[in-house]
Design a protein around this ligand. Structure first.
Ligand code: FAD
Length: 548
């Protein structure tokens, strides 16, 4: 029995529930047994050994091995990359580079990495650091001269170094270049999904440019979508925030009126090309409105017969389970098939901070890494039971997540794995070679000026030493630990005590004040209800001091 409204209601009410409550219900539904989990660990441990022994690690892995966020230099680089994005003038840029680069011990990383690119960056950073450092005597005078003469050079060099690094994670500046550069991987059996770089549109003009870029990209990809089976064709990922400058729940009417026709136009173009079009998952506040937009577009009867509409669901979000139920039942009610890419989620730090700043009742995301890993597997199990209507796309670079899915799946052709370009290469090569499963590479495309924001997201995501990509390169972490079962840690009794809840950020000193989230439809309703008695009241306002 299809009941879309009750799924939507559940999605709203579960949003800020505590981690253990949500995990308990996910576990009960998924019913992943201790045996299933033990088999997944054995398979994952084997994969970790294979990746460490047989294959070349990817650049992200190599870079993090040298500059993870647990080193002072890694943090300096992260801050620098993040801050350079926002620095408007050369003087501030110089001061920033001096502040971040000079005090770090770059020399200790020299020649340590197996990658020449990473070693070259270390040389550049070390020399820059030496020039910028204060000292005494003649050497200091000389350094002072070089510093004065050299600052613009250093600025350019550091900016270039950051861009070079970022460029490794972008497949091409244009779709055509990206297709050409991906040819070798395509010959190996990989398919591609293209992702236009760039952040949310801030103005209508930005949104128009992104819209044009998406239209152009689909037109360029269309001739390459040559298979009758859409799963073998290239696809494209779309960010709804790029298509509308006020894509937010509080602007629902405007969004439905202006964004829906825009997305519908792109979707029709993708349908005509028989390629997949995927709606990315963004900040938690946008989830509710995204479902309204998706439903409005999918209800178009002209889309019947096309299986390429894709939606991304974030497993770190407490609402992932009911969102999958809603997507499945929507496909049933429309008699369609769709695609669902399940990811862990790329905005974790932002979500936690945002909930604390607003003083919400809880977090929309899990507060422990193991909880996200467990939720990911429960979502995977759910999706594997929905293949009558949904083509699951499991986007992960984590060998345990991959192994557990392979253990749970009966038919390796009923789903695909996905990875980001420049990451998880060794793992996916092993999976592609050893199983009948499809693997797709999500490939960012764009100009160098849009690179840094993307690079910062990747560094933040992978720099944490809890991240899989970070652990795989650190051979002091035993394979059994890298491939550990996340369930026990996720369900540990103190699971909620890791990150301070929004109400508790001041500790024993005082309780944080309770806030409102004007993007949450439940808070919007409560505010509207409280205002209702005053709807017909005539307000008059006048200055209290300077009376006329
Ligand atoms: P792992 O190292 O196993 O997991 C890292 C993830 O764990 C973090 O990213 C975070 O989600 C989670 N995590 C880390 N610390 C904690 C903590 N303390 N508590 C709870 N959770 C924690 N992301 C989006 O948000 N939207 C998208 O549309 C999107 N599209 C993608 C498409 C593709 C093809 C791919 C490969 C990735 C996409 N991503 C997207 C990014 C994705 O969310 C990250 O790559 C992914 O989270 C990394 O997970 P992993 O399994 O590879 O690594």
């Amino acid at each position: 029995m299809v009941d879309l409204l009750s799924h939507r209601h559940r999605i709203r009410t579960i949003q800020l529930e505590d981690d253990l409550t949500v995990l308990t219900s996910l576990q009960a539904e998924a019913d992943i047994t201790a045996d299933d989990r033990a088999r997944a660990v054995t398979r994952a441990t084997d994969l970790v050994h294979k990746i460490r022994e047989d294959a070349d690690p990817g650049l992200m892995e190599v870079f993090l091995a040298e500059y993870g966020l647990s080193t002072k230099e890694g943090v300096a680089l992260m801050c620098l990359a993040e801050a350079l994005l926002r620095v408007p003038d050369a003087d501030t840029m110089d001061a920033l580079i001096e502040d971040k680069i000079a005090p770090s011990a770059w020399g200790s990383h020299l020649g340590k990495s197996s990658s020449s690119l990473v070693n070259a960056s270390t040389w550049a950073l070390m020399l820059t650091g030496k020039v910028l450092q204060d000292g005494e005597g003649m050497a200091a005078v000389l350094r002072g001269a070089i510093k004065r003469l050299g600052e613009p050079v250093i600025r350019v060099a550091v900016s270039r170094a950051m861009k070079e690094l970022g460029a490794q994670f972008v497949l091409g500046e244009t779709i055509d270049k990206a297709i050409a550069r991906g040819a070798k991987r395509a010959a190996q059996g990989y398919t591609f999904s293209y992702d236009m770089l760039g952040e949310a549109a801030l103005t209508a003009h930005d949104a128009d440019s992104f819209h044009d870029a998406y239209r152009d990209a689909i037109a360029r990809l269309a001739p390459h979508a040559t298979s009758d089976d859409i799963r073998n064709n290239p696809g494209i990922s779309i960010k709804l925030s790029a298509l509308h400058p006020r894509y937010e729940s509080a602007q629902r009417d405007r969004v439905m009126e202006e964004l829906v026709p825009r997305l519908r136009g792109l979707v029709h173009q993708a349908k005509a090309a028989n390629m997949g079009l995927n709606v990315d998952a963004e900040e938690a506040d946008r989830l509710d409105i995204s479902l309204d937009v998706i439903e409005a577009v999918l209800r178009d009867p002209d889309l019947a017969g096309w299986d390429g509409f894709g939606v991304v669901v974030q497993a770190y979000g407490k609402r992932a389970g009911p969102t999958l139920d809603w997507l499945h039942d929507l496909a049933v009610s429309l008699d369609r098939r769709s695609m669902v890419r399940v990811v862990k989620g790329a905005y974790w730090d932002t979500e936690i901070k945002h909930a604390q700043v607003l003083g919400l009742q809880g977090f929309p995301v899990f507060s422990r890494k193991a909880a996200t890993d467990m939720s990911y597997l429960c979502c995977a199990r759910k999706l594997l039971g929905m293949t009558d209507r949904i083509y699951p796309q499991f986007a992960t670079h984590n060998a345990h997540s991959v192994a557990a899915i392979l253990e749970m799946a009966d038919d390796p052709t009923a789903f695909e794995f996905q990875r980001l370009h420049g990451m998880g290469e060794a793992l996916h090569d092993v999976v592609l070679a050893g199983n009948a499963t499809r693997c797709r590479i999500s490939a960012p495309v764009g100009a160098h000026r849009d690179l840094l924001a993307y690079l910062v997201r990747r560094l933040l995501e992978n720099g944490a030493n809890s991240s899989f990509v970070n652990q795989i390169v650190d051979k002091t972490v035993p394979a059994e630990v890298v491939a550990a079962d996340p369930f026990p840690a996720a369900m540990a009794p103190d699971a909620n005590a890791v990150v301070a809840l929004p109400a508790e950020i001041y500790g024993a000193e005082r309780q944080n004040s309770k806030g409102w989230n004007v993007q949450d439809p439940r808070d919007q309703e409560a505010i509207a209800e409280a205002r209702a008695p005053w709807a017909t009241h005539h307000w008059t306002a006048a200055p209290m001091l300077a009376l006329p």
